[in-house]
Structure formats: structure tokens, C-alpha cells
Ligand binder design. Structure first.
Ligand SMILES: Cc1cc2nc3c(=O)[nH]c(=O)nc-3n(C[C@H](O)[C@H](O)[C@H](O)COP(=O)(O)OP(=O)(O)OC[C@H]3O[C@@H](n4cnc5c(N)ncnc54)[C@H](O)[C@@H]3O)c2cc1C
Length: 425
């Protein structure tokens, strides 16, 4: 029997890919077949890696969620493989099956394509990083830094934390602002948590730490008022701050050299690199000059409307935040469901209104909470600090794993209520 259902192919199965597949299934119900390709059969809960490092837990065992059950629940055909090419004209994707080495290139056709396979974190573009840099964005680097901190390799010298310059494409500059760094919540989180770690290990405090940014203002996307409050608190605690340093030119044993000519002495250099699209995306007719997928605020590519993007791979996702990818997945689900006649145009026509939503660990069971849309022209700028945001951060991950990513909307509403009203710091 021939299957006439539209074939939806989702590339990537972490936050954006999983949420997109779930939302498509929720709204389109049985009107489509869904296939997800990811090189990993698990989701990595990246935002909690820094907290695991400082608490000396292996993020590979605490932050990986096996996705098999989530795919079964969403009636998704999961393919473990590495995508290596997209042909928008023939509606074909090429991939290499990943369970065993030696598989040849295979291909799949689609009626709808959802590009949700994130970016490369380009540590390989930072000279000297391999020998002298540290990071917290995956389990390998997380465990490397964990060993440096907890096994006595760090000797108590100065610490530099910050980002390389982000190279954002210009194709969607009328839709979202231009950013100098891809995602600066993590550096702010790590500077706070590191100061607590130093204090608790008798190694000093904030005055050992310099946080830097390639841009005018760190975490600018959180809103000027929020950042000024954060910087005020940080400077009164003794942190050092450098802005407008440009790109990271080199990491050495002694410290960092920046593109603007500045240098910074540091024993420990904890870095966020440039977030770069996958190499094979460059020059496709669906991407900007950097390789990010161009979409409108309904997450559709203007030239190929059957191609949608979600999460870090999308050009309009700035900053690169899982929380924004989550908002986009809702739109992706509704767009496809509308095309197949399962929901009305009025419901599907609600465009992305990005909201920066970030909870950062500060150590000692404290966290900061930011909810802001002022960078995009909105009027919300909320900053809270204390134990409740920390509990929310940890509980969010527990609830995510328990529900296999299907956080009920009331979960987010309750988090906002608890952080902003009930236990306002
Ligand atoms: C240290 C750190 C802390 C962070 N903290 C926060 C936070 O507090 N809040 C927040 O909202 N965001 C945070 N972020 C950002 C957040 O992690 C990302 O925005 C989010 O992970 C993006 O989700 P994604 O699904 O688009 O991409 P990813 O999470 O990068 O997932 C991409 C998926 O695609 C797969 N993939 C990639 N290439 C291929 C290929 N060629 N073939 C097949 N599969 C492929 C990968 O295996 C992966 O599963 C943080 C990031 C870092 C580094």
C-alpha cells in the first residue's frame, strides 16, 4: 500500500529537533509521517553543564537523556546518522548512518524539512585553545575542566571567562538585532559560580576573575537595565570586566591576546567560541552569508517555504538560546499542521516574538533569573536572584527528563510566577 502522508524530516534531535517533532505530532496528529536524524541517540542538557562541573558531577552521566522513548511517544522514525548534504531542489537529504563505521552515504526525501541541528562551536578557530583553553559546552570539555578544578591542577591564579566574536549573517537584520557574541548567559553564569567555588575551596573570590566580551556590553540581549544591575552587583563584589575587546586572537599559557591589541593574564581561560553553521550549509540557497538558515518569523525559508528552521541553526535565533528554540518549535508545529489542514491559519499565523529567558547557577544553591524582550523592542526586563531561581533551574531539568521534553505550559507559567511574584528577591 502506498503511503500518501506528507513526509516531515527533522534534522537534529536535541532541544529544537525534539521539541519540533513533538509539536508537529501534537498539532498535525496523524496527518504526517515524521523522521528525525541525529548522530546521537540521546539529548544533552547543555545548560546545566556548568553547574555539574562546579559540583564535581560527571555531566555525561547526569545530563544525557536517552531519546528512544520520546521518539516512540511522538511516533517518530528515528535514524542515527550524520547529515552531510541537503538538496532543496530535489528535496533530498544525504546522511551517513552512524551505528557502525563503514556505512555509505544514504538519502531520504521529504515534503517538509525542519533544520534543527544547531551549530558547530568553533573552538578550532581559536589559536592555542587545544593546549591552553577550557570550556563547558559539552561533556568532554566539561569533564576536562572539572578535573582541572577538582583534582588540584588549578593553582589559584587569575581566571579569564568570555566569548569569541560571533559572525552573524545580515539576511535577517531587519527582523532581529545584530549581536557581537552568540550567547553570553554562560560566561556570566560561570563567573558567578566560579567565584563561589573559589571561596568554598579557600582559593580567593571574585577579584581573581575577569569576564570579557567582544561587544559593547556583555549579555546585551538581556536588556540594558538588567545588564547594568548585574554589572553593578558584579563590580561591587570585586569582579573585573572588560568590554569591546574584539575577537580572541590567541590563547597561551600566560593568558589571552585580543584582536583589538589588549592582553589579559590568566592561568585558567574558560571560553565560548564563535557559533558557526555546519560546513556543508555554506552556499546553499536557503542560508545567509554565514550559513544560518534564513527564515521569516514563522520559521519558513522565503524561497523554499517547505523548509523550516528551528533553534541555533536558524538565522533569527539570536542570541543562541535553547529557550528561543523552544518558542520557535511551537511555530514550526503549527505551520506544518496548518498546511495539512489540522489547525486554522489564524492560530498558525502567530509569529515569533523572541524572549530571552535564562537561569544561571551562581553556586551555593543560588541563581540569577532573566526574562527580557527589550533588545527586540519589548518592555519586559526582569532580573531576580536567589534560591528560588536555583530550585527552578534544577527542577526544570528534572521535569524535562521526566516528561521527555514535553514540559507542560503551566510548568513555565508556574516558574515565572514563583521567580517573579511569590519569592521575588
Ligand atoms: C555552556 C552553555 C550554557 C547554556 N545555557 C543556556 C541556558 O541557560 N538557557 C538557554 O536557553 N540556552 C542555553 N545555552 C544555549 C543552548 O544550549 C542552545 O541554544 C541549544 O542547545 C540549541 O538547541 P538546538 O537543538 O538548536 O541545537 P543543539 O543543542 O546544538 O543540538 C543539535 C543537535 O543536532 C545534532 N547534529 C548536529 N550536527 C548534526 C549532523 N550533521 N547530523 C546529524 N545530527 C547532527 C547534534 O547531535 C544535536 O543533537 C547554553 C549553551 C552553552 C554552551
Amino acid at each position: 500500500m502506498t503511503n500518501h502522508k506528507p513526509q516531515v524530516l527533522v534534522l537534529g534531535g536535541n532541544f529544537a529537533g525534539l521539541a519540533s517533532a513533538q509539536k508537529i505530532r501534537e498539532y498535525a496528529r496523524d496527518a504526517v509521517d515524521i523522521t528525525v536524524i541525529d548522530r546521537n541517540p540521546y539529548l544533552l542538557f547543555i545548560p546545566n553543564i556548568p553547574a555539574e562541573i562546579f559540583d564535581n558531577r560527571d555531566p555525561a552521566s547526569s545530563l544525557r537523556m536517552d531519546t528512544a522513548e520520546a521518539w516512540r511517544e511522538a511516533q517518530v522514525n528515528f535514524v542515527q546518522g550524520t547529515v552531510c548534504a541537503i538538496d532543496p531542489d530535489t528535496r533530498t537529504v544525504e546522511f551517513v548512518p552512524g551505528e557502525r563505521a563503514g556505512a555509505p552515504v544514504e538519502s531520504l526525501c521529504y515534503d517538509y524539512l525542519v533544520v534543527a541541528f544547531g551549530c558547530r562551536l568553533a573552538y578550532d578557530k581559536i589559536p592555542g585553545f587545544t593546549q591552553h583553553g577550557q570550556a563547558a559546552s559539552d561533556t568532554y570539555y566539561g569533564n576536562k575542566l572539572r578535573r582541572v578544578l577538582h583534582e588540584g591542577q588549578y593553582k589559584g591564579g587569575p581566571i579569564a571567562i568570555g566569548s569569541a566574536r560571533f559572525h552573524q549573517g545580515t539576511a535577517v537584520k531587519d527582523l532581529v538585532p545584530m549581536a557581537d557574541a552568540a550567547c553570553e548567559g554562560p560566561p556570566v553564569e560561570m563567573m558567578m559560580a566560579m567565584a563561589t567555588w573559589l571561596k568554598n575551596h579557600g582559593l580567593g573570590g571574585p577579584d581573581k576573575i575577569t569576564v570579557f566580551t567582544p561587544g559593547r556590553m556583555i549579555a546585551e540581549d538581556a536588556g540594558e537595565q538588567v545588564v547594568n544591575s548585574l554589572l553593578g552587583i558584579a563590580s561591587s563584589m570585586g569582579f573585573h570586566y572588560r568590554n569591546n575587546v574584539g575577537d580572541i586572537a590567541e590563547v597561551s599559557n600566560e593568558g589571552l591576546r585580543f584582536a583589538q591589541g589588549d592582553a589579559l593574564e590568566a592561568e585558567l581561560k574558560i571560553l565560548l567560541p564563535d557559533w558557526v553553521p555546519h560546513a556543508f550549509m555554506k552556499d546553499l540557497p536557503i542560508v545567509d552569508e554565514e550559513g544560518f538558515v534564513v527564515t521569516d518569523m514563522l520559521m519558513r525559508n522565503p524561497k523554499y517555504p517547505e523548509i523550516l528552521a528551528c533553534g541555533d541553526a536558524a538565522a533569527v535565533t539570536v542570541p543562541k538560546l535553547g529557550a528561543i528554540g523552544h518558542q520557535e518549535s511551537e511555530i514550526v508545529g503549527r505551520q506544518i499542521a496548518c498546511d495539512v489542514g489540522r489547525i486554522g491559519h489564524d492560530i498558525a499565523a502567530e509569529p515569533l516574538k523572541p524572549l530571552v529567558y535564562c537561569i544561571g547557577d551562581m553556586g551555593d544553591h543560588q541563581a540569577f533569573y532573566i526574562r527580557s524582550n527589550s533588545w527586540y523592542g519589548g518592555d519586559t526586563q526582569v532580573l531576580k536572584m536567589g534560591r528560588v531561581p536555583y530550585l527552578l533551574k534544577m527542577q526544570y531539568k528534572e521535569m524535562f527528563f521526566r516528561t521527555r521534553g514535553k514540559i507542560p505550559p503551566w510548568g513555565l507559567d508556574a516558574a515565572q510566577f514563583l521567580a517573579e511574584r511569590l519569592f521575588a528577591a
